[in-house]
Design a protein around this ligand. Sequence first.
Ligand code: BGC
Length: 716
Amino acid sequence: MDAKQILKSLSIEKKLGLLTGYDNFSALKINDEPLIRMADGPNGVKTADGDSLCFPNTCLMASSFDKELCFEIGKMLGIEARRHGVNLLLAPNVNIKRNPLAGRNFESYSEDPFVTGALALEFIKGIKSKKVGACIKHYACNNQEHLRWIQNSVIDDDTLRNVYLKAFEMVINGTDVDFVMTAYNKVNGKQCCENEYLLKTILRDEWGYKGAVVSDWASIGDVVQALKNGLDIEMPCNYELTYPKLYKAYASGELTEQEIDEKLTRLIEFYNGISHDTNFNEEIDEQKLRKFTGESFILLKNDGVLPLKSDEKVLIVGSSAENPRIQGGGCANIKTKTILRATDEIMKQTVNAEYVSDYELCGITASDLKSYDKIVVFLSLDFGSDSEAYDRTDLSFPIQQITAVKKIAKHNPNVIAVLSNGSAVDLSFDKYTKAVLETYYAGSLGAGAIADVLYGKTTPSGKLAETFPLSVSDVPSYNFACGEDVNYAEREFVGYRYYTTYGVKTKYPFGYGLSYCKFNIDNVKIDGSGYDYEVSFDITNNSKYDGKETVQIYLGDESRFAPKKQLIEFITTRVKAGEKKSCKAKIGASSFSRYLNGTKKLLVGKFKIIVATSSEHEIFSKDIELNKDSFAPISRETLIGELMKVDRYREIAKKYLLKAINLWAFGDENSDKNFEDDEFLRNHAYGMPIRGIAYFSLGKLTDETIKQLILELNNA
Ligand code: BGC
């Protein structure tokens, strides 16, 4: 379809009408049929017929820490979309889990932006490999549901960019994203869909985004402002209200035909990039999906009770074994015909299992409980919690489920808890268990995957992509839902970045997860210099189970001004029973750069590269000094302390600045004393920007010499 030709043939009235949806989930009806056909969402293709498969929810997919797996699942969703005639999937959701109570955590990846961006990128590549479009959402800072239509995220620019926008940026850098969906909330006082800073300055001008921008459903306040400030299309259909406003804006010259054409061109070009072949009969490999699901479960605790043996006498407790919660609520919640039940699936693996649905355990005596080798209790959050539109109010499982665990443990210590929830929960009861298996919301085939894991057919290999705190009051954004203005006062100290920096104990840390395998990681090396390193290690699986291990690489920073640890890479590798593998990863400049005052800069100073199996379990680390390269551009605002960290800047800076500093510090521009030897003078001078010292120089440094100095530094 030639966009230019089409636009030439359309009247302005028709064009204006195309800037709003055609109905709830379609748009761009140029002729008979709308050309863009959308569906939610992250864990399945939401259609009216209800014959889609429900996929492991994003929280579970994230626990895989497995890029390949996310690509494969994206591919499967692409197949589902094609099967249902959907050409734009409203997924993934790359918002950061700022607080474990946030309603949509189940459809988000992580508290960490790097793992979010890395996995979402592969997921999108997978969807796109089937020639279906993807839409990342919700741009930006949609980190809670409470008051989401009017809530204002008040956030400083460094935190915004380094934490909350990073995954968007990574994905947009890594592939051709088709659509970005704006969020309901405001950021720094401006509605996201009307936010010129987010939509034009950052998204288009800085990141060079070429795809389209769509509003979240019915989120628009002023449609003309939204379109002027970077939105391309409003969803869903709002023709009656929108068209007159758009016509007026066009007639008054506020909205030009050229602007309208640019927006429609993006939509037409999207349509040109996807498949129109309706003859599609590819099937999903459900066995593979079931395996992926089980592998992503996180074994939080295992005191030798798992896996089960088929000749062990087992009692299964809890109605959620029969009626599982497979997904969170809201738009992501899809209709599905396929829902496996753990009761059926376990019975396929053993003849020695019995089931009681009732958490009250009516009619079951102490000696009955004692008679089982193991007791598997299924715990699940209520169907109402973990949903779009509202947040949870606490971290607990329903009390009767916890009571059941405690009651059973009194008579039989071999309690295994199987958890279904969408985000971190209170696990203080785990002392009454011998094993805890986190399965999150595992989708249509989840119960099959649970049975496979319980009986050792699949090794749980997931890692927590979010911290499980000891208490909700430990969470840095504890008071997140307190009013309309939500102050992101904890800044970049979100999740493990906070707990590790402030030494706050957690129940289970970010990145943590056990396995049936016994992995040995040795020969760890970190080679390189400057801003280029290679991390390598050998991993041996000393067990009879095949499995995966995720080794994490953090940037360590002891400066107190930044999080003590930040994930910069992870390596997830499959290792067969008895196998030994060598792994390596490159760490380059992008891992050592961060935004400061709106500009991406290379870090300078002393850091560590940490190799770990969780944010709290380090296995190796190496001190590095990042000072060989430039952190330009240097300006009048650059701190003298920053310059002094880099040898070659130091020389230049001293040449110009020394006289001024000497004059200021010792009253004598030719003094042979060194101001750096005096703690007060050193700290005082280091804390000043270049312009500051000029004021103290009594005319030794003029505007001209400062310009000269800055030029020389930037050319160094
Ligand atoms: C949600 C979006 C979703 C859209 C369409 C909104 O309420 O926030 O994530 O894609 O509805 O269902």
